[in-house]
Design a protein around this ligand. Structure first.
Ligand code: NAD
Ligand code: UDP
Length: 327
């Protein structure tokens, strides 16, 4: 048993990605040793460049769906390894499924062997195109198991199953976070997700692409809030009996998001409508009562604050020279 506040050695699988790099940074700041394990499929060394050279940071290039061994003793494992953007996880759907199933099982086995606790980064996608709104953790979901999103949705559902089977068998202390749409600095400019896509399009003066009629909704959590929630869930005692939703319940239509970004970068672009995507969920908003109750966690950065911060980062870091006058 690790005492609260004790220095730990923590493996972050997927640590060079958007969320993972912020998590690695926070864990190092808290004084822990961090092993960042990543295949660099969608993550980049640039994301962890400020951490490389830190005496407590080690990068291990490894695909979790292929055999691997970690010699060092570890006390915590965060499993964030998996492309999260629909175009990127659909680019090699079989690999996405294997990452979630074979990779998660490998990390669970590692956690069991080391006596470490594991947190699985699951997703609101386990609810599919939900018939209930907002979504709470008791909802079983509405997923098309043969659709183009299934490699991710069903992969993540299978990963949750593995986590709870390991837990029931007493093999590992496991926590499952169902993460809703998250945004912020270090999203890949080319990852195709709504926030990154529209900011990049607006900065470039290109057309801002709304898929379908834009009345579908999402709820957006700023990355620093999510990372706080992940650490709180990892460290809470006793382990929650069920998965826990982490997200910001502020809900927006995609048309509203387009207008907000357009208004922040005026005169550079225009909003256009393209065909809708297959199996695109119509509505999504987390019920976070459980996170509030069990973790005392609520998101603090609302879109009105987080979006300008994200736009500024894209303007300065991801698209230098494209900064608009109003920022
Ligand atoms: P990301 O694509 O930026 O990060 C994923 C990281 O995993 C990348 O660094 C990638 O290189 C790595 N990776 C992918 N496959 C791998 C493999 N087989 N072996 C080793 N490394 C591998 O995505 P993100 O937005 O940072 O998401 C992190 C996690 O959170 C993912 O598991 C994702 O499913 C989950 N999640 C994210 C969101 C979101 O809105 N960002 C929402 C729900 C769930
Ligand atoms: N979307 C859009 N234009 C884009 C990218 C995405 O209209 O350039 C829509 C997409 O169809 C979906 C929503 O925005 O309805 C969120 O998409 P994203 O890929 O960010 O996340 P996810 O669908 O996984 O929630």
């Amino acid at each position: 048993m690790i005492e609260r506040g004790m220095r730990q050695t923590i493996l972050v699988a997927g640590g060079a990605g958007f969320v993972g790099s912020h998590l690695c940074e926070k864990l190092l700041l808290e004084g822990h040793r961090v092993l960042c394990l990543d295949s660099l499929l969608t993550g980049t060394m640039a994301n962890v460049a400020p951490l490389v050279g830190h005496p407590d940071f080690q990068f291990i290039r490894q695909d979790v769906s292929k055999p691997f061994h970690v010699a060092e003793e570890i006390t915590r494992v965060y499993n964030l390894a998996c492309a999260a953007s629909p175009p990127l996880y659909q680019a090699d759907p079989v690999h996405t499924m294997m990452t979630n199933v074979v990779g998660t099982e490998a990390l669970l086995r590692l956690a069991a062997m080391k006596g470490a606790r594991l947190l699985q980064a699951s997703t609101s996608e386990v609810y599919g195109d939900p018939e209930c709104h907002p979504q709470d953790e008791a909802y079983f979901g509405h997923v098309n198991c043969t659709g183009v999103r299934a490699c991710y949705d069903e992969g993540k559902r299978a990963a949750e199953t593995l986590c709870f089977d390991y837990r029931r068998a007493g093999r590992a202390d496991v926590r499952v976070a169902r993460i809703f749409n998250t945004y912020g600095p270090r999203m890949r400019p080319d990852d195709g997700r709504i926030v990154s896509n529209m900011i990049v399009q607006a900065l470039a003066g290109a057309e801002m692409t709304v898929y379908g009629d834009g009345t579908q909704t999402r709820s957006f959590c700023f990355v620093s809030d999510l990372v706080e929630g992940l650490v709180a869930l990892m460290e809470v005692e006793p382990a929650p009996e069920t998965p826990v939703n982490l997200g910001n319940p502020e809900e927006f239509t995609i048309n509203e998001i387009a207008r907000i970004i357009h208004a922040a970068l005026p005169g550079r672009s225009r909003i256009v409508h393209l065909d809708g995507l297959e199996d695109d969920p119509r509505r999504r908003r987390p019920d976070i009562a459980r996170a509030r109750e069990l973790l005392g966690w609520v998101p603090r950065v609302m879109l009105a604050e987080g979006m300008p911060r994200t736009i500024r980062w894209f303007a300065e870091e991801a698209a230098p020279g494209a900064a608009p006058d109003r920022l």
